[in-house]
Design a protein around this ligand. Structure first.
Ligand SMILES: Cc1cc2nc3c(=O)[nH]c(=O)nc-3n(C[C@H](O)[C@H](O)[C@H](O)COP(=O)(O)O)c2cc1C
Length: 234
């Protein structure tokens, strides 16, 4: 049995090996847990996601906005990798990348992706499946121009997902891009932009004792439709 089977209680061991159960929960952890327990009654997945993201920003040691992004290749073989969520609204979940990367090709070919957030300290998971659209040039420019200059140079230098002979080759590409854009602004490369996943389903999961977790899923037929809600067995 894992210690989280009895969450929020944790086992502490005395030197003699005898177990003693103590509550080591802070007040803020307790209020987050209490809020979690009522989440299955909620009817607005976007508001619930926004609240869980705010909780994650307070609790996760780093990258609360990190999510896995799943795609499939032309043979239907899945690919998954971590990406940072950069924007979120009722329109969808936005991330930025190189459109000539593996994921770029797969998303542009299928128009579909799935996302998964796991906030370890909160013991929560959110899964999203949806159709993908490209963000507008204005949105992509706004985000690109907010990035550090060296990251903008890096976007020119990296042929993301393609073979690299040696680190030196990348460093040479960085030096050449830095020289090319030594004066003035670094423009956004034409192959670098953002994808917006427009959800067809959003599932919320929260850990409960003895693996009897709570799950609730919101589903709709089209990205503009109304969600219907269902609870799922753990
Ligand atoms: C925490 C974390 C965040 C990442 N964020 C991004 C991101 O926002 N955009 C991106 O293109 N790659 C990001 N990466 C790198 C990707 O995981 C991946 O290596 C890269 O995008 C190439 O993926 P692909 O070959 O499947 O296209 C991140 C990696 C980690 C571990």
């Amino acid at each position: 049995m894992g210690w989280h089977d009895e969450f929020p209680w944790r086992w502490r061991f005395r030197p003699a090996g005898l177990a003693r159960k103590v509550c080591v929960m802070s007040l803020s952890e307790l209020s987050t847990l209490t809020a979690s327990l009522g989440f299955t009654e909620r009817n607005d997945p976007f508001k619930l996601f926004a609240e869980w993201m705010e909780d994650a920003k307070k609790s996760e040691p780093n990258d609360p906005d990190a999510m896995s992004v799943a795609t499939v290749d032309e043979d239907g073989l899945p690919n998954v990798r971590m990406i940072l969520l950069k924007d979120f609204s009722e329109r969808g979940f936005v991330f930025y990348t190189n459109f000539e990367s593996q994921k770029g090709h797969e998303i542009l070919a299928t128009g579909k992706a799935a996302l998964c957030f796991h906030w370890k300290t909160l013991r929560r998971q959110v899964r999203v499946r949806g159709l993908v659209e490209t963000v507008s040039d204005a949105e992509a420019d706004a985000y690109y121009n907010s990035r550090a200059r060296d990251s903008r140079i890096g976007a020119w230098a990296s042929q993301q997902s393609r073979p690299l002979k040696a680190r030196f080759e990348l460093e040479t590409a960085v030096a050449m891009a830095a020289a090319r854009y030594a004066l003035g602004e670094v423009p956004r490369p034409p192959y670098w932009s953002g994808f917006r996943v427009r959800p067809l389903s959003i599932e919320f999961w929260h850990d409960r004792p003895f693996r009897l977790h709570d799950r609730v899923v919101f589903r709709r037929e089209t990205p503009d439709g109304e969600f219907s809600k269902a609870r799922l067995y753990p």
